[in-house]
Write a protein that binds this ligand. Structure first.
Ligand code: TYD
Ligand code: MG
Length: 467
């Protein structure tokens, strides 16, 4: 007798295993592998219907290109992240930790579009109608004509949204609650989530409605994460932020119709999310300019310059092994900077704890932050505050050289706009703004930077420590 074919699928990354294991080889997560029947579900059973394919017309690369028709929401930070508004007939995935504000953002977007006369359907699988209404009231969205349904069954949702006039926007909150009769697995598993998402994407392509799918990022792997459907959708946005802080960042990680690495910045208030048009002001808001160990980094997020404060604390260790802790930056990158400081600059940190924090719960991904981090570290170690009106940027190589980074002019322009009149940047930085009154000092190597910040003071202190 033929045995029913099941697969063991990691709920975190979707890797298929031939048998169950405690740890997934694909992503290294534990306890995420679940037995599933891959033959169930819409479009997921290739073996089921053997049919003869039909020929499709092949065409040339050159030819007419139509600009994708978009529906802008008018919430400019959201439109920036999507590349100018939601594209008709596309599917957008919005991922994020539970409680970060995805439903809030989408309710606000739904209300904005509804006010512009678009037909918007909000399908909530997590909250009851009353809860969604309550949130809508809080967001001043209750008077709009957003249509609401609390439903989780894929077939029922499709029947509902297919009825009547074609919707412009459908929001599914969230994909993890979707379940289809055609898939045998339990709700929340990879097969169910993929089946549901596939059905929703097909609806979007057929009707031209925009489909916005909410996906929770899950750590324990009990339910499938948004990762497993990232490849299926047209755009992937992640909503991130620190629960202890008010601001939230909407980050584009994939976009078939626009630029990636754009961000939208919001602030969570008691009346929902507020747009933050000038994030630098927000991130620099609570600065203590006289404290050692703080350096302002002039960074870039996509096309937009952002100034953030890098804070370092270097203190003699009280334990046998020195601690290194990083929030908001890559810890491997910190180790590299520390190693370069030790090897090329004579800054000995082996017996010091090093803590690094990016102000306000912001997360830096750019290597251009190296110079700001190094400056903050040296400043803290030497106990000398850096000039309050100075920004830092540049990449540090393993040899200790400081390399140029892109967008010098934009970084400096933003710094000047916010009242910074000095900058420490790599030598031979092209495109230095002409006719500006700023003091731009170029450094070629990390030892040069260290000498400039700490000079004799550091050598003196380290001499005392050793003796
Ligand atoms: P929510 O949108 O429900 O998060 P998600 O859908 O990502 O799980 O929002 C969660 C948090 O936001 C919740 O803890 C309450 C807070 N919040 C506000 O601070 N102000 C508001 O106006 C709203 C609607 C929510
Ligand atoms: Mg929610």
């Amino acid at each position: 007798m033929a045995k029913a074919k099941t697969q063991f699928i990691c709920q975190n990354c979707g890797t298929v295993h031939s048998r169950w294991a405690g740890k997934c080889d694909g992503c290294g997560e534990w306890n995420t592998i679940v037995e599933e029947d891959p033959m169930g579900g819409i479009g997921s059973g290739p073996g089921k219907v053997p049919k003869k394919g039909r020929t499709v017309a092949l065409t040339a690369l050159s030819g007419e290109i139509e600009e994708a028709p978009r529906i802008p929401t008018g919430i400019s930070e959201l439109d920036r992240a999507t590349g100018g508004g939601f594209v008709r007939g596309s599917a957008v995935l919005i991922g994020g930790d539970p409680g970060i504000g995805k439903s809030t953002l989408l309710m606000q977007a739904a209300a904005a579009l509804s006010r512009k006369g678009h037909r918007v359907i909000y399908v909530s699988g997590e909250e009851a109608v009353a809860q969604v209404r309550l949130r809508a009231q809080r967001l001043n969205a209750a008077d709009t004509e957003v249509l609401l349904a609390a439903e989780t069954n894929v077939e029922d949702i499709l029947a509902t949204i297919s009825e009547g006039k074609r919707p412009d926007l459908v929001i599914i909150d969230s994909i993890q609650t979707l379940w289809s009769d055609t898939a045998d697995s339990a709700p929340g598993t990879v097969t169910q989530v993929r089946t549901g998402v596939q059905a929703m994407i097909r609806f979007a392509k057929q009707t031209g409605a925009t489909m916005v799918l909410v996906g929770h990022v899950t750590k324990d792997g009990q339910i499938a994460g948004p990762r497993v459907v990232e490849h299926m959708v047209d755009a992937v946005l992640y909503f991130e932020g620190d629960r202890g802080h008010h601001y939230r960042i909407l980050r584009t990680v994939k976009n078939r119709f626009g630029p990636t690495d754009e961000i939208g910045v919001f602030e969570m208030s008691d009346k929902g999310l507020r747009e933050v048009a000038n994030p630098s002001e927000l991130f620099l808001g609570e600065r203590n300019e006289k404290a050692p160990g703080a350096a302002v980094f002039a960074g870039m997020e996509g096309t937009r310059p952002i100034l953030v404060e890098v804070q370092a604390l270097v203190a003699p260790t009280s334990l046998g092994t020195a601690r290194r802790a990083v929030v908001g930056w890559d810890s491997a990158r910190l180790s590299m900077i520390l190693a370069v400081l030790e090897a090329h600059c004579g800054v000995r940190l082996g017996s010091h704890d090093v803590y690094l924090n990016i102000a306000g719960g912001y997360r830096i991904t750019e290597p251009a932050a190296d110079l700001a981090v190094a400056s903050a570290l040296v400043s803290s170690l030497a106990g000398l505050a850096l000039p309050a009106d100075c920004v830092y940027f540049g990449e540090v190589s393993l040899s200790g050289a400081v390399r140029t980074v892109a967008h010098t002019a934009q970084r400096l322009k933003e710094a000047e706009k916010l009242g910074f009149s000095a900058a420490v940047l790599p030598t031979a930085s092209a495109e230095l703004p002409k006719g500006s009154s700023g003091r731009w000092s170029e450094v070629a190597s990390l030892p040069e930077l260290v000498a400039r910040i700490a000079g004799s003071k550091l050598r003196e202190r380290q001499g005392n420590d050793d003796g």
